[in-house]
Design a protein around this ligand. Structure first.
Ligand SMILES: C[S@@+](CC[C@H](N)C(=O)[O-])C[C@H]1O[C@@H](n2cnc3c(N)ncnc32)[C@H](O)[C@@H]1O
Length: 284
């Protein structure tokens, strides 16, 4: 087993600490931010890069996705005298645990013939909607977004409660047509352009087998959870993104409040921003 120090006590570091296999034993996190020194992150102590060398690690992992930043961190370790192996988690750019989870869930939904449509709140340019549409080609796909970016009223809620630095109009460089062109089965898509939850009124009787909630902000996430949950088929799934995001903490807050109220234990997904699965009870 190799002893390893994870350099970077942030979201990438958290994910790497959970993805590392049994061949590695994590000694600590190293971080350049002195504010983090002396704290515990994901169950491991956080120390300065200099102090991390006292653990005599056999290797380091540079827990950032930015290549330039990784280059600087590698140079820093070499200048501190570390001459062992340095890993870069480049595969995290290629493989996506949320996408993989969606595909596995879709296989299960098809195999068990769990009835209902698919939906996404927070579509932007359709990256994830494209994956859903490909994985569930014979299900109707309901797509909810302003297609004009974050709505000012939700941004105001974020500001008032000090939840995030979201700005009105972030994610506005999109349009329904852009998304439609990317979908492999556009004929299955129905677009609901406008403010959620207002647009949900147009969706009157549908039942859902799979719903992705990826609106980043507190207000739309808190509004979406009970609305979709109520219409979820037995065995159906809500996949909520950004629950452990450090940039947008509102999604996590909304999920915790909803789950506490309903007595639901969310299932975590090991992706970068910490998605969770909320599943309706199913019996065969
Ligand atoms: C992070 S983006 C979604 C990313 C997308 N799922 C993907 O795979 O690329 C968040 C989206 O939520 C939308 N959104 C946030 N609040 C909303 C609301 N109240 N009503 C409708 N759309 C909203 C924004 O317009 C934005 O496009």
């Amino acid at each position: 087993m190799k002893s390893i120090v994870l350099f970077g006590a942030g979201q990438v570091g958290a994910m790497v600490s959970r993805l590392l296999g049994a061949d590695y034993s994590i000694s600590c996190f190293a971080d350049n931010s002195s504010a983090k020194w002396g704290t515990v992150f994901c169950g491991f102590p956080v120390v300065s890069p200099e102090e991390s060398l006292s653990f005599a690690p056999e290797c380091f992992c540079l827990c950032v996705l930015d290549a330039e930043r990784a280059g600087q961190m590698e140079a820093q370790l070499r200048s501190l005298g570390f001459d062992g192996e340095i890993l870069r988690p480049n595969a995290l750019r290629v493989y996506d645990a949320r996408v993989a989870t969606m595909r596995l869930l879709a296989e299960q939904i098809r195999e068990k013939i769990i009835p209902g449509d698919a939906a996404e709140l927070g579509v932007y340019r359709g990256d994830f909607a494209t994956v859903i549409n490909a994985a569930l080609p014979d299900r109707k796909l309901h797509l909810f977004d302003t297609f004009e970016g974050f709505p000012p009223e939700d941004v105001e809620t974020e500001r008032k409660h000090g939840i995030s630095r979201a700005a009105a109009g972030d994610f506005s460089d999109t349009a329904e047509g852009i998304v439609k062109k990317r979908l492999p089965h556009p004929e299955m898509a129905q677009f609901y352009k406008g403010y959620f939850p207002d647009t949900f009124r147009l969706c009157t009787a549908e039942r859902f087998a799979f719903v992705s909630i990826d609106a980043d902000l507190y207000a739309p996430t808190a509004a979406a959870l009970p609305l979709f949950w109520e219409r979820l088929s037995p065995g159906g799934v809500l996949l909520v993104h950004d629950v452990n995001s450090t940039q947008f903490v509102g999604a996590g807050k909304a999920v915790r409040e909803f789950c506490e109220e309903k007595g639901i234990l969310p299932t975590p997904v090991c992706d970068l921003h910490g998605s969770v699965i909320l599943r309706k009870e199913w019996s065969c």
